[in-house]
Design a protein around this ligand. Structure first.
Ligand SMILES: *Cc1c(COP(=O)(O)O)cnc(C)c1O
Length: 359
């Protein structure tokens, strides 16, 4: 705290990302990164951007990232005017809060959800109310229907539970709130859900947000996008062009286009993650864990006889890091990112040793 801090800064409660420790031989299962490398075509496109004419880096990138919008539009059979792109989906979400969710009424999101949402509310002065998940940690669509609000946002699959809300229930929420924007944050949808992008032509109040950080293995490149009605996109462009005209650099645009175009590699790595997730779920159930059904690249699990914080600590002593949230309702769960088969095997072996020290 300093007397030079603005009022806004004094009152902020910033988001705390999962740690990125610089420890060798660490099995890092705490921030939902993809265990597989990005598409070789994405890496080649980034290299080509440098090789072609490295001096191009002296020039600003395309402020509209038209090539990237075109790639997203091709992939989802929408028009480029229905696409917004940003520096990671976190930036896209920040603009969404400012442009589309800041209204007279409180917005709604689940009590257990992505912990960045209340942070954006704090930054932009957006009022919010939380809607409790059901006892089985599923999103309850009824909680979002018949309740006046300034907007609605939820991840689907939800984070950190991994639970998927079926698309017909998502559409019920959208249809019940024609006067609010409904934002579906689909950071994990490629690991087992159907995208609500299929619904954008039917609902002018729907905005779907995606990231290349998880299913495209490009967390380090910082690319996200939103798809929705052109007037929603225009609102985001107005905020973006009042904040930073060039959020995506030349390398990010080149790599993201190639990654989106490489459908075969994407299908293959997503399928590998899903297969490992299902095997890990079975293995942990075999050790006595209760594992929520996951449609994401992580699982959310608790053990009836072992404290989650203690388990996380014991894993860390064995160089394995997972995420533990000290938060009501979920403080006995661990969120475990799906790694490679070998990483998940190491995790299972470590847990078995921790649970049965004598064996
Ligand atoms: C990871 C994640 C994001 C952020 O992704 P970036 O594109 O890396 O900023 C957004 N929403 C949810 C729910 C996430 O889990």
């Amino acid at each position: 705290m300093s007397r030079f801090w603005s009022r806004v800064v004094r009152d902020l409660t910033p988001y705390v990302p999962g740690e990125q420790p610089k420890i060798a031989n660490l099995i890092k299962l705490n921030t939902n990164e993809n265990p597989y490398p990005p598409s070789p075509k994405a890496l080649a496109a980034i290299q080509a951007e440098l090789d072609g004419d490295a001096a191009r880096l002296r020039l600003y990138p395309d402020p509209n990232a038209d090539l990237l919008k075109a790639a997203v539009a091709r992939r989802y059979a929408v028009t480029p005017a229905q696409v917004f792109v940003g520096n990671g989906s976190d930036e896209v979400l920040a603009h969404v809060f400012m442009a589309l969710l800041k209204h007279e009424q409180p917005i709604l999101f689940p009590d257990i959800s992505y912990s960045f949402y209340p942070v954006y509310c704090g930054l932009y002065g957006v009022e919010y109310a939380t809607v409790p998940l059901a006892d089985d940690f599923a999103i309850d669509p009824d909680g979002y229907c018949g309740r006046p609000n300034g907007g609605i946002i939820f991840p689907n699959p939800n984070a950190p539970t991994g639970r998927l809300l079926p698309l017909d229930a998502v559409e019920r929420i959208i249809a019940a709130n024609p006067d609010s924007v409904v934002v579906v944050d689909e950071a994990y949808v490629d690991f087992g859900g159907k995208s609500a992008i299929a619904l954008v032509d039917r609902h002018d109040n729907l905005l779907v947000v995606h990231t290349l950080s998880k299913s495209r293995s490009l967390a380090g490149l910082r690319v996200g996008y939103a798809v929705g009605h052109p007037e929603l996109i225009e609102a985001l462009e107005r905020v973006k062009n009042s904040f930073n005209s060039y959020p995506l650099d030349r390398l990010a645009i080149a790599g993201a286009v190639a990654a989106i175009d490489d459908q075969a590699y994407f299908d293959q790595t997503c399928a590998a993650v899903v297969a490992t997730r299902d095997a890990l779920t079975a293995d942990l159930a075999g050790l006595g864990f209760e594992v929520l059904p996951s449609a994401a690249n992580f699982i959310f699990a608790r053990h009836p006889a072992h404290d989650a914080g203690e388990l996380a600590k014991a894993l860390r002593e064995r160089n394995i890091i997972v995420r533990h949230f000290r938060q009501p309702r979920i403080d006995q769960f661990l969120r475990i990112t799906v790694g490679t088969d070998a990483e998940c095997q190491a995790l299972t072996d470590a847990l078995r040793a921790i649970l049965n020290p004598a064996a």
